[in-house]
Ligand binder design. Structure first.
Ligand code: MG
Length: 377
């Protein structure tokens, strides 16, 4: 494993001085910030994720993803959580640390009060989903450990029914796309391809020169013309694509509904859907939703979203951001309840902190717990 690069945040000092933002200084894991002081103690520290390859989607490229690691301790047991903040969602290390420094868990007598605690977090601010997800994941890990059972068992899910996960290939030159496809084609049963630029058909042809695996495509809102998008989707279907994610800008609901009605492939909302409360507005415009813990505040709300989507006859995809195996293993607990899984964020980084969910013959394999079942690397 590469040397871990930490950046500490002098939250306590900033809070003491009444500062609203945090000063970033180089620090190590030993310099965790601790808040609270009741039965549960909350600790956190920034951790920058290093990507194994430059990651390009239709709107930007990046080599790192900012993150914050969270630990909640209760009765001598530690639960692990994580916030990951890809830049397009507008969150940052500073915003997450500021939120976490305002969380007061000592008013709660037990980590099992998940509904109360998550409702309380929503009173601190309406947004800050990654920070809330970090707490939610840590509490779930903690409660699973206290019960001595893996989360999927507590949820009532069959771990033998996890879906294959897609492995994502970003937009790149044909040489790099060919190389990445060769590297992963025999380890996965389905690949996810980022599209949304003029080079889409070349991307697909390049991949098809290497493998006949089924493909999912994600346009990340990159297509602008609905008729061209429809024509593209018919072409993609002929070329073994089985799923289309976020084809048009999220604001264009009417155009998306038009497209979904005519599309031969399921259309899944990603950027258009964050939380449970967003589902009614997009109902009818998409065939399904991509649930990500960093968007929806964590497992508690994700499970409500699954129930709502199922009641409305919508498909469920469980996705992730670039994350360590902590948040990815949390998302993978939901895999038995999903139609599609895109839980590969831990496979895209070179400095993972945990061993957790793995991929075997293309299928997600859940650790036996308790809680998330993570092992620190
Ligand atoms: Mg997406």
């Amino acid at each position: 494993m590469k040397r871990r690069e930490f950046i500490g945040v002098s939250i306590a000092a900033a809070a003491a001085a009444g500062l609203s933002s945090c000063r970033l200084v180089p620090k190590g894991e030993s310099h965790k910030t601790t808040v609270g002081g009741g039965k549960m103690s909350l600790r956190f520290y920034p951790y920058e994720l290093q990507l194994a390859h430059t990651f390009t989607v239709s709107s930007y490229s990046r080599n790192t993803t900012p993150g914050v690691q969270v630990e909640i301790e209760y009765d001598g047991i530690t639960g692990y959580g994580e916030a990951s903040m890809p830049p397009y969602l507008g969150h940052s290390v500073e915003s997450v640390c500021t939120f976490l420094s305002n969380v007061d868990l000592k008013q709660f007598s037990s980590p099992f009060l998940l509904e109360d605690i998550m409702s309380y977090l929503d009173t601190i601010s309406p947004g800050d989903a990654p920070a809330k997800a970090a707490i939610d994941i840590a509490l779930h890990d903690l409660t699973g450990k206290l019960l001595g059972a893996p989360l999927y068992q507590i949820f009532g899910y069959n771990p033998e029914k996890t879906r294959p996960t897609t492995f994502t290939i970003g937009i790149d030159t044909p040489e790099v796309v060919r190389q990445k496809t060769q590297e992963c084609a025999d380890r996965f049963n389905i690949l996810k391809i980022k599209v949304g630029l003029d080079s889409d058909e070349q991307m697909i042809r390049t991949i098809r020169s290497v493998t006949n695996l089924p493909l999912a495509v994600d346009a990340n809102q990159g297509w602008k013309d609905r008729q061209k998008a429809l024509d593209e989707i018919f072409w993609l279907k002929e070329n073994g694509v089985v799923l289309v994610e976020q084809p048009l800008p999220k604001e264009r609901l009417d155009d998306t509904a038009w497209l979904t009605e005519r599309s031969p492939l399921p259309i899944i909302a990603d950027e258009a859907i964050q939380r449970l409360r967003d589902i009614p507005a997009i109902k009818g415009a998409y065939n399904g939703i991509n649930i990500k813990l960093m968007k929806c505040t964590g497992l508690l709300e994700a499970r409500k979203m699954i129930a709502y989507a199922r009641a409305e006859g919508m498909m469920v995809m469980v996705g992730c951001m670039t994350e360590t195996s902590c948040a990815c293993t949390a998302a993978a607990q939901l895999a038995p309840a999903a139609d599609f899984c895109d839980i590969d964020g831990n496979l895209l980084i070179s400095n993972d902190l945990f061993k957790g969910v793995t991929v075997s013959d293309g299928l997600l394999k859940l650790p036996s717990g308790p809680g998330l079942g993570l092992t620190k690397i």
